[in-house]
Design a binder for this molecule. Structure first.
Ligand SMILES: Cc1ncc(COP(=O)(O)O)c(C=O)c1O
Length: 521
């Protein structure tokens, strides 16, 4: 007997005994989605990129559907995909200082599934270009995206963190030079960094890298599709692309500010020779010879077609207009922060990020984030790291522009409420425990106890229910679980994580997310 139909008790199982009608299934998905953070409406400042262009979602969805079953495994079987991919790479190259008539005329690239894959492949290409180096290393500013650390981990490449100036939040070229050694195969920098939105001194860093004969990757996953338009609008954008000698590769995510649906990034290399070691080919089995430019083998054409449709529909004029709206929204939000007693911009905005910290010990940022959430503003808390204070991150997109006037009063109100509530007080002993516990000492029992102490009991007692209700979070301190999930990190959780050293944060979050990722039956 099927629970789903015969009892009228829907368990939401993915495989009911008897199939359900399409409208019913779509209704179920819609009902599940109701617990998510709002992807549209300009009140979610992370995870999503919304241009608020009428009809764009429908266009992208139609293009996606039309190519969803096309397989990028073999570009000769599906030339449509190859054509769209090459067009996307050409558009990205041209926007980022490459292509005909530039000093980087031979730029080539690949479409990947996202920024992380682009960065992993940039590291792989750099590693495999140097078979002479037995123990390769990469020099990466501490403010660069965590995906570099993931790449280093996956590829068994050592990560040399480059410190940043705590005021400018940028690495100096001298610090990069000091991190380069004989085994360094890649130097990285950000344009801009995700956390603070500041652009690293790319020209100086690339010069240092070139002088040492080392590749230099510019991670423009976040800003590669906004900085060029901001420059055209007259903003003072420093050189960061292929116009800079010594820049060997650049990544730019189309599923961020090109406003394409998720699953598309572009990795560009200055020359085909630089790209060559990115590829993987294997003929040592009796099946088809596998040749993959990217990590995935079978790849859906959906995201590529959707991105292609999005770019063609918006066009240069559209992106310029959206960049102007975003720039104005950034200015308005930054003014709201400046006007709120006890808050300070961590960096003057120079791209599309507003990042602020607290200057008042009675104003706990994590409590403020919760107060903003209660007022319908979903911001991203960032934990303290080294000598960088905890902060609140706002990724600003064009959809925010019409909401800006409402933000200032709500921010002031939320700050007053956070002050009245006072800073988080962790349960007795927990702060000391967090500061002293080593990751290895974290037993499942201890995690369960911690989860219970933090009010995450539902996730522990009934992990299946938690998994059914919420998405798997991944953001430190700002995990993505929606309100329906068993793990919606609040100020208390963030305070605990903030008190813990990074290695313990990692371990705690792995354990908590592991509790969420349990099958439902
Ligand atoms: C600068 C930067 N690099 C890399 C990434 C990773 O991108 P993805 O989440 O698409 O893997 C991000 C994501 O925010 C980013 O901002």
């Amino acid at each position: 007997m099927s629970d789903d139909q015969d009892n009228g008790q829907d368990t939401g199982r993915a495989l009911p005994e008897r199939g359900l009608p399409a409208e019913r299934v779509l209704g179920d998905v819609k009902a599940l989605r109701a617990g998510d953070r709002p992807t549209h409406g300009g009140r979610l400042f992370a995870y999503v990129y919304d241009p608020a262009v009428p009809g764009l979602d429908e266009l992208a969805a139609a293009a996606h559907a039309g190519s969803a079953h096309v397989n990028g495994l073999d570009p000769t079987a599906f030339p449509s995909l190859l054509a769209m991919e090459n067009a996307l790479v050409g558009a990205a190259a041209r926007l980022l200082g490459g292509g005909p008539g530039t000093n980087a005329p031979d730029v080539v690239g690949s479409v990947t599934s996202g920024g992380t894959e682009s960065l992993i492949l940039a590291v792989k290409a750099a590693r495999d270009a140097r078979p002479d180096v037995a123990a390769p290393r990469i020099a990466v500013p501490v403010t660069a995206h965590a995906a570099f650390a993931k790449a280093a981990h996956y590829l068994r490449v050592a990560l040399d963190p480059v410190p940043v100036d705590p005021v400018t939040l940028r690495p100096s070229a001298a610090a990069v030079a000091a991190a380069i050694g004989p085994d360094t195969v890649l130097v990285a920098c950000s344009a801009p960094s995700y956390a603070h939105g500041v652009v690293d001194p790319v020209a100086e860093i690339a010069a240092v890298a070139a002088g040492a004969g080392v590749r230099c990757h510019v991670d423009a996953c976040f800003g590669g599709w906004t900085l060029p338009w901001l420059r055209r609008l007259g903003e003072p954008v420093p050189p960061f692309d292929f116009a800079v000698a010594g820049v060997t590769s650049i990544s730019v995510d189309l599923h961020k500010y090109a406003y394409a649906p998720k699953g598309v990034s572009v990795l560009l290399h200055r020359t085909p020779a630089l790209r060559a070691p990115q590829f993987f080919a294997y003929a040592g089995w009796p099946g088809y010879t596998m040749v993959n430019p990217v990590i995935a083998s079978t790849r859906s054409g959906g995201p590529i077609a959707a991105a292609y449709a999005t770019l063609r529909h918006l066009g240069e004029d559209g992106y310029l207009r959206l960049a102007a709206a975003t720039r104005d929204a950034v200015a308005g939000l930054a003014d709201a922060v400046r006007g709120t007693h006890g808050l300070r911009l961590l960096a003057e905005p120079e791209s599309t990020v507003v990042c602020f910290t607290s200057t008042d010990p009675t104003l706990d940022l994590f409590v403020l984030v919760d107060e903003l959430t209660a007022r319908g503003w979903h911001t991203q808390p960032q934990l303290s790291y080294g000598d960088l204070p905890a902060s609140v991150h706002l990724t600003v997109t064009a959809a925010v522009a019409p909401r800006v006037a409402e933000f200032g009063p709500d921010l002031a109100d939320a700050a007053a409420a956070a002050r009245a509530a006072g800073p988080v007080e962790l349960p007795a002993g927990l702060t000391a425990l967090a500061a002293t516990l080593t990751p290895d000492a974290l037993t499942p029992e201890l995690v369960a106890g911690l989860a219970a102490a933090l009010g995450l009991g539902a996730a522990v007692a009934d992990p299946g229910a938690a998994a059914a209700g919420g998405g798997a979070g991944s953001g430190p301190g700002g995990a993505e679980s929606g309100p329906g999930g068993g793990f919606a990190p609040d100020a208390t959780v963030n305070a605990l994580l903030d008190a813990a050293p990074p290695a313990l944060r990692e371990r705690l979050l792995v354990e908590f997310v592991g509790l969420l990722q349990r099958p439902t039956y």
